[in-house]
Design a protein around this ligand. Sequence first.
Ligand SMILES: Cc1ncc(C[n+]2csc(CCOP(=O)(O)OP(=O)(O)O)c2C)c(N)n1
Ligand code: SF4
Ligand SMILES: [Mg+2]
Length: 310
Amino acid sequence: MSTESPIAPTAPPLTKKALTADHPTWCPGCGDFAVLASFYKMLEKRQLPHQNIVTLAGIGCSSRFPYFVNSHGAHFIHGRAVPFASGVSLSRPDVHVFLFGGDGDGFSIGGNHLEHGARKNIRLTYVIMDNFVYGLTKKQTSPTSPIGYRSKTDPTGAIDQPVNPIKKLITAGATFVARSHATQVNHMIQMMERAHDHDGFSVVEILSECVEFFPGAFDAANPRKNGQFQIIEEKTWDGSAEDEARHDVTDEIAAYKLAGLPFPGLFGVFYDAARPTKNALEQKWINSSREKSRHASDLELLQASFDRIK
Ligand SMILES: Cc1ncc(C[n+]2csc(CCOP(=O)(O)OP(=O)(O)O)c2C)c(N)n1
Ligand code: SF4
Ligand SMILES: [Mg+2]
């Protein structure tokens, strides 16, 4: 006789307390604290089943993120988090993979993996905390450091053209690309929510100040420091004259052009387009293979393969 209770236990509400793991070890004032707080808030708002949340990261200050979230997770190898997250996403359709990391992790050592994750349109949400520097290793030039930035690797000032993250993501094939600022909590929550809703490779670049090695880097977009936080006005498709001038998030060329505005540029959703995910395409292929093999078990299929090569 079954000992299972016929009444399914109701899960307690997902709260910040339930989501909090270790106390963050970032420097006081680091922008990453606000990103973490926004992530907790977004999950609380969404009430995702706790057991379906996965937080992964590479290496860097920002990549310490999974230590601070009580969920399934891993702090992985520098620059290799996208392939790891892709494997989790493809093999576990029941979970949502949230990936975190920095500009060095994502655009330098992990740049190639980022490109392939994006073109394959793997279903996951990637939050890149861009501080324009390698924070953890104490101030080296990163791929997003502006020309002239003085660091331990460029003591006389950076000379290389920086990566434009939004342009790079659009051309790589990411199907959702947004940008936010760590001083704008409500905006970060909105962007994370939209990224989470998106069925595909969704990325939010968040300008997150490294107060230790690049203080003031993002003041130009911080209204509390006399900067301007300018948001992209998206088309509402209401047929009005004003709507003509608004941004069509499905227009790749328009998104690319917006991404080319001078620093600090605009914030919000640049690109949001529908394209089949690798998850869906692969599942189709798995289903048809299973039908062809008359739903043989994995062990039976493996045995049949061995028998063929005997
Ligand atoms: C294979 C490998 N190469 C280099 C390093 C050293 N390393 C650790 S983190 C890091 C860069 C971190 O910068 P970023 O990704 O921007 O994160 P931040 O610390 O700024 O948040 C580097 C070069 C490493 N851990 N592993
Ligand atoms: S070194 Fe910079 S990025 Fe790292 S925790 Fe400190 S302020 Fe944040
Ligand atoms: Mg960095």
